[in-house]
Write a protein that binds this ligand. Structure first.
Ligand code: ZN
Length: 296
């Protein structure tokens, strides 16, 4: 079931109230999309697919244009149709979009939820950009995620960037956004050093805000870190890198086996190996997140 914005909001609010989280997994190809949806179906739980503003014609040459218009359209078409056929609720969300124009493309693409990420900017500019997207998205029944306190991509950048509690309250009020991404010690990509998560800060923010809270940069955290962050108040867990590592490791194993046995490599065998390994890994994480079945 492909959900609309108000159903997406209902699901995230159910997670907030129940102290569990919905997994939000980044999709850049067909097989990962299938792995995520079929994993959710096997556990009978809702799931969020995070798409990117891959076709981004106004970006400077070579900076963010990661797909042609038709590549993005074809992947969207597959994911939308697969989500409609899914036996569980599927939220299609635009992840980390830095521009208003990109969010408007997200509206046209039929996504239920949009993230405008201006978290590297000063508070007022960040809030103004998110508010502008909220004003365009809400009349279309689409929800919006903003980020306050910057989740860095550099292994050493955490520590000084924990989201301030008062800022989170002001941000929610100033923007009218539906989901609030907070910086609580995680970083995007790989961890070179052990992340230090600030669970007290999550709990303090949850106590005084209304929005479901989002944790970015969750790949590679330990099971107890996920459980404690969710217990403290995280309702949406964004997860990308390690799904690819899990699928890739299975494909590498298959390659080694084929070489050892001096056999030919069939592409579809690699696809299946990657899909199955990613699916098992995803199911393990959806279980850790405590994701619950929700009926509308
Ligand atoms: Zn992120």
């Amino acid at each position: 079931m492909l959900v609309n914005g108000s159903q997406a909001k209902f699901l995230f609010n159910a997670a907030r109230e129940g102290h569990w989280a919905i997994g939000a997994f980044n999709i850049m190809d067909y097989i990962t999309g299938e792995a995520v949806i079929s994993a959710a179906e096997e556990l009978d739980v809702p799931v969020c697919l995070q798409l990117m503003d891959g076709y981004n014609p106004e970006a400077p040459e070579g900076s963010r244009m990661m797909m042609t218009e038709s590549q993005q359209h074809n992947l969207d078409t597959f994911l939308i149709n697969r989500s409609k056929d899914a036996t569980v609720p599927v939220i299609l969300h635009l992840d980390h979009c830095p521009t208003f124009a990109g969010c408007m493309r997200g509206l046209k693409r039929g996504l239920a939820s949009l993230m405008l990420d201006a978290s590297q900017l000063p508070f007022d500019e960040n809030a103004a950009m998110v508010k502008k997207v909220v004003e365009a998205a809400h009349p279309c029944g689409v929800i919006v995620e903003g980020e306050i306190g910057h989740v860095g991509g550099h292994p050493n950048s955490h520590g000084a960037i924990y989201t301030n509690v008062e800022d989170a309250v002001r941000f929610e009020e100033a923007t009218g956004c539906d989901l609030t991404a907070v910086s609580i010690g995680t970083v995007h990509g790989y961890y070179a050093t052990e992340p230090v998560l600030n669970y007290e800060r999550i709990a303090e923010i949850r106590e005084v805000t209304k929005n479901p809270l989002v944790m970015h940069g969750s790949s590679g955290l330990r099971e107890d870190q996920f459980r404690d962050a969710i217990k403290a108040g995280i309702s949406k867990v964004n997860f990308a890198t390690y799904i690819q590592i899990a699928g890739g490791a299975a494909q590498l194993e298959l390659a080694k086996q084929l070489i050892a046995d001096d056999k030919r490599a069939m592409m579809m065998a690699f696809n299946t190996a990657g899909l199955n390994a990613a699916k098992d890994y995803l199911k393990m994480h959806m279980t850790i997140f405590g994701t619950q079945k929700v009926t509308f």
